[in-house]
Write a protein that binds this ligand. Sequence first.
Ligand SMILES: Nc1nc2c(ncn2[C@@H]2O[C@H](COP(=O)(O)OP(=O)(O)OP(=O)(O)O)[C@@H](O)[C@H]2O)c(=O)[nH]1
Length: 861
Amino acid sequence: METEMKSETTVSASFVSHRAADSVNSVLSGEFSGSAASEFSTYLSCELFSNGFDLSSGSLGRSRESSVNLREYVRGRESLDISEELNRPDWESNQSYFSMDYPISRDWSPQTVNFSNRMDNDDDSLQFNGDVGRGSAVVFRDIASESDDEDDFGEAISQEEPRVTQRAKKGLETRGKRGKRGSCHRCLKGSRFTEKEACIVCDAKYCSNCVLRAMGSMPEGRKCVSCIGYPIDETKRGSLGTSSRMLKRKLTRSEVKQIMKTEKLCVVNQLPAGCVCVNGKALCRRELVTLQTCPNPPRKLKRGNYWYDEVTGLWGKEGQKPSEVISPHLNVGGPIKPDASKGNTQVFINGREITSVELRMLQLAGVQCAGNERFWVAADGSYQEEGTDIIKGCIWDKAGMKLVCAVLSLPIPSKFSNIGRSVSGYIDYQITLRKLLLVGCSGSGTSTIFKQAKILYTDVPFWVDERESIFKQAKILYTDVPFWEDERESIKKKIQRKLFCYLCILLEGRQRFEEESLSERGKKQSSDETDSIENTYSADSKTLYTLSTPRLKDFSDWLVLVMVSGALEDFFPAANREYAPIVEELWKDTAIQATYVRRSELEVLPSVASYFLERVVDIMRIDYEPSDLDILYAEGIASKHGLASVNFSFPHSASYDVDTAVRYQLIRIQARDLGENCKRLEMFEDVGMVIFCVALSDYDQFALEGNGSLANKMMVGRKFIESIVSHPTFAEMEFLLILSKFDLFEQKIERVPLNQCDWFDDFRPLISGVQTNSNLNRNNINHSSSLAQVASHYIAVKFKRFYSSLTGRKLYVSVVNGMEADSVDAALRYAREILKWDEEKTDFSLSDYSFFSSEGSSFCD
Ligand SMILES: Nc1nc2c(ncn2[C@@H]2O[C@H](COP(=O)(O)OP(=O)(O)OP(=O)(O)O)[C@@H](O)[C@H]2O)c(=O)[nH]1
């Protein structure tokens, strides 16, 4: 197998070859385990990345014959004879074919590192990494600091060590074997005096002729392609972000700047975050920073495994009693496990079996534990039995509890755990934190509103810790930027990846249109009624949708196969620079442009795709930096946690007075992350208001429900609202309904009648009084009467009546265009006013202030 590989095979191939060979042997001998599958696909991905397309020669690495019809692929190619493929004589032409035809395993074993996951070092990929203690693939580890960090959690960390050192050793071994000492690692030419660039992971050195081929577009700085995703060699940390003369000669200034910036800032090159594991999940950098910079962070945090009860803020080392109480409700780590503190009392607090010393404390606090084994305890110490909503008392209210805890060596919570607290040296007054819970079904626009809030209000956090290092870090991370550098970097990759998905959908559409055109032409061959445009192409087998060159056709087939196989992340955006010219050519091709004109026929292409596709050339650039608008438009960039929060205060404005002692926390969670029967809502009992989002434009959309049936999305939203308002936690809470995506609704309502949703079948607007062509200022929608405004008013009333029938209370409603900052700002300020009114118990006449009256509407019977 190895002998068939060409000697020019890049570092990526050489790195994985011995492991892949084992995997291939496993395949051939029929012992194809999940692990082997992963290794094999990793190997093939790397191979393909290195050799898949030789753009410089203008030909594709894969032969044209090997291109397959996507439909056939999807329909029929579930099983295939890999050994037969492997026996093909021409390795070069087979390799990409293998990669595509091989059904890539999604069941990655912990020991096997998926190339794509190594490349994607954002929160999401880290979550995948799982428990450090299980020897997961997380490698964000500081090799240099391994020895000097003594703690009793060394075991969990040490299991990662082999991978890192193996990587470094591999570099050394390979260098030792190949070429003469000091020669280029790729071409084996030159001597120790030849100028070279070294990989910051394995120290492989490349001459100026080879450096770009060996390192690709350097999405994480100067690393061999196969080292992408690996932590750097710690001895090279000092030189991170300092460019060599060689790179300056080979690349443009902005490219070098961009590479150096990513090298310095990208997550994988930072000091390791994965060395702190909370509730069985290794923390990503952002989580680590959240933990370190929260109002009440863990003291002397060291690497190791910890448990964290996010409801009370209790914190301890895994398998031990709580050691301190930190800030509650931090979005860090995984869910707490029942055996987190290895208690054996059969008494549970917030799902954790408590230790005997805690049980003693509970008994001294007067908590009746006999017969009651499961309690919910809130951050303020109030407790209730699981399954009831009666608060039985407060643990900390009992006199002498401070002393009891001191004697039992148990922590007691900070006085100001839920409301803002005084931070000596920075803030000399108390700050109240009001929490707003933002929820919605998938695609309802909650992320967009959350992102807008970040862009609108982000500033330096009020709770910056006194410790200087953290203070500096927080300043760097927070000052004037709504999205952190690493967040932007991760969003950029996601946008670029999504762009390829959109492109692939277009390519599939193109193929479909081409087939349709050909079959229609077949039918009409004898007729003279052929379309005039089609006439141009009727001389041969070409149609308007036929790509102009075989090279584009090959690339397009390959791209679609990569997407279908799920390997898109293995190539992009790391290979953006290599493929940028051909992508640009593809986008400009008349066949693609003709397909794009018919994009409304491509059901799976989201409307937001146009925004990105039309800027494909810019987005493919290595120095592309997503603008705030790009971030707003981007879909699927919410953390897979589903939970995110941002602290803010409303900036001063002429029309609003500012209460500087009040800050707000917007907590975003999606319906699917609330669990069955919205069970996790209990976590949010201290929020002041629930804001739920329903997309106005969803009235003709359908979604799959849990039982597999299709349901109108508006009705799914209504059902979700019903389950939230009837949840006991929110019995007395204020609710604000945000009807989002008004701009899309405006366009849609002109084409699609509102009664597509059965619930709205009594919508009968007085057409004479309605401006169907809405050219009015969207921010003044309450004073105008376009069809969209009338319809949104009608929908608001529908929801108000529905809410009132459930609760007997009044629902507040705001119509929002999530893409407009002012619109979101107005809605959130409206939420603030409602909270204020509620707190001051002032009897406002809401019909004067509310956007919509809950009184009867002329559209309702
Ligand atoms: N035109 C327009 N697009 C919107 C609006 N709100 C959201 N979108 C787009 O709709 C898509 C989905 O919106 P999201 O806010 O991401 O929806 P979500 O349910 O919170 O999050 P995900 O489903 O996880 O993406 C994104 O591409 C947004 O850019 C809006 O008011 N107007």
